[in-house]
Design a protein around this ligand. Sequence first.
Ligand code: SF4
Length: 357
Amino acid sequence: MPDFARQIVLWQRRFGRHDLPWQGTRDPYLIWVSEVMLQQTQVVAAIFYYERFMARFPSVAALAAAEEDEVLRLWSGLGYYARGRNLLRAAIRIQTQHRGRFPREPEALTELPGIGRSTAGAIAVFSFGARAAILDGNVKRVLARCFGIEGYPGVAMVERRLWSLAESLLPARGVERYTQGLMDLGATVCTRNRPDCERCPVAELCVARRSGRVNELPQARLRKAVPRRRVTWIVLRHRGQVLLERRPSAGLWGGLWTFPELARGDTKEYCRREFGCTLSHTRRLAPIEHGFTHFKLTISPLLCDVARASPRAEQSGRIWISIEDAAHAAVPTPVRKLLRNLVVPADLVVPAKAGTQ
Ligand code: SF4
């Protein structure tokens, strides 16, 4: 076994993670869901969502039979909701096209929605004992540092080099422990900031450490200025309920429930025309900043207390829902934050003139 792989395997045995809820199984469904959750979420945060998801959808058949709304509700708070929608689409495809069985080959796994090459590799290794490489963000960082790979790993040419390096390092045996070791090392020792080289099993081999370039590798992406968008949300409140609307399934927060956005113009007139609601008064709430991969969003919520509501408000995918139920619905994080503010408004509400926009 090459020295790199051997050190990782030995280290994993003694210092790696062994008790995560998705370990100790060969069930590809359990492994798949965990891998997808871990794509953008740290282990500590993912455990709660994973256990809740599994309690509700214990098998691929249970997931395939689910409503998208319920899947998104259980995904709510994890972000990157396309992952939840893709899980459901892939589960349906496994049920209908693969008779409920996961494909065993990494290439076949990548044909399923939301499963990229690295996730497919992880599923194949942990479920079927395949000899396949993985290359998630943590592994890219470890390899770039240890082998002194120059360039931003998101660039196709650099990524190709990393893939071929990852494949060349695979041991002939013990790929499962090796793969887990790479994941553990990237998550707990060779971290993005302040890696703990003293505890690292491959410190002797590490180019970045020897050349004093630990903080320079992997090379960061050239930062472009991130654009900012601004929206105003209308938080219509009536008898302990709020009005939510479902977003179109394609696009930002697709399929989730959010507050309606205010188009230009007078708020009272807009609410009367659009929702058939007569407002008693309005006030601004503290703005919410939310970051997406390609832009930042500033949400200015406008709390609108409704004196008289109309059934018309519930047309076009909108519902009146109690604040408590809304907090448990498929809503993105900013909506949940706002709902919390509505329950304990005193210290979180920014006072504004009554009756103004
Ligand atoms: S020696 Fe340090 S920089 Fe190199 S792989 Fe280990 S933790 Fe990462």
